[in-house]
Design a protein around this ligand. Structure first.
Ligand SMILES: [Zn+2]
Length: 260
């Protein structure tokens, strides 16, 4: 059993054929999904999906590139209290590659999201791109919340630092790309009890399906295949450890899925 720990089921490209997409996933051995939030505009739709489908939970969060589209932290807090299928705050973080949101504003938003996670006692899904520096690790340490570094693309040194500080590391389809030699070394390194896999669908279709423009949660199987190969373990073993880690991090999810 595989879990896609990070996808976006509310985007039209997936939502318009969501039943088919989830059935495809099931046929590939992918049974459970966490649909991560990105902005206020799609938040309610994402929650609705998680409430409709037994095997989907969700997160609410404002992506750093969505700062300009506005948000209301009090409203988000109320939503978390009213909707138990929200199991995390995310994705939130710092995006230094696409620099369209000034960094001071990204930091303001990020601190508000960290405070929200602390207030509602939920783990974090972190979007951190080219922003893994001393300031980042310091503020995470200050808040001291369970978190995953989603769609990890940074260096082995940064991965070691994240692992030493107690965080989870999640790999997306990027790990399957031909040019991702260094990232595959990171996938080999991350300890068994800290690793997760995801699609980030509809983005980042993994090899060997890269020609298909719209990624699907079922394709997390290809990510898992690639990571298992790096670690010299079976797909079954990788599925087992990543599933265990998912439930350790997102502690509310097991009950929401109706699992014991
Ligand atoms: Zn995402």
């Amino acid at each position: 059993m595989l879990i896609d720990s990070h996808c976006h089921l509310f985007y039209d490209r997936i939502y318009d054929r969501i039943d088919e997409v989830l059935a495809n996933a099931k046929s590939m051995g992918v049974d459970y999904f966490l649909s991560a939030g990105v902005n206020s505009q799609t938040m309610l739709k994402n929650i609705e999906i998680a409430e409709k489908y037994n095997n989907v939970v969700c997160a609410v969060g404002i992506h750093p590139c969505e700062y300009k589209n506005g948000y209301n932290v009090d409203e988000m807090k109320t939503l978390v209290q009213e909707h138990p299928r929200i199991v995390a705050i995310g994705e939130v973080g710092l995006e230094y590659f696409y620099d369209d949101t000034p960094r001071n504003l990204q930091w303001k938003l990020f601190e508000e999201m960290l405070q929200l996670a602390q207030d509602v006692n939920l783990p974090l899904i972190l979007h951190l791109r080219e922003s893994l520096n001393d300031d980042l690790f310091a503020i995470l340490k200050h808040f001291n919340l369970p978190a995953v570094f989603h769609c990890f693309t940074d260096t082995l040194e940064s991965a070691k630092r994240a692992v030493n500080d107690g965080y989870y590391i999640s790999f997306s389809g990027i790990v399957t790309f031909k040019k991702s030699e260094d990232l595959r070394k990171v996938a080999k390194y991350v300890p068994d009890d800290r690793i997760l896999v995801e699609t980030d669908a509809p983005y980042l279709t993994p090899e060997p399906k890269r020609k298909i423009r719209v990624n699907e949660p079922g394709f997390v199987k290809y990510v898992a295949d690639c990571v298992a190969e790096q670690r010299d373990c079976t797909l079954e073993y990788l599925a087992e450890i990543t599933t265990n880690n998912f439930f350790k991090l997102f502690t509310k999810a097991k009950e929401e899925f109706g699992l014991r």
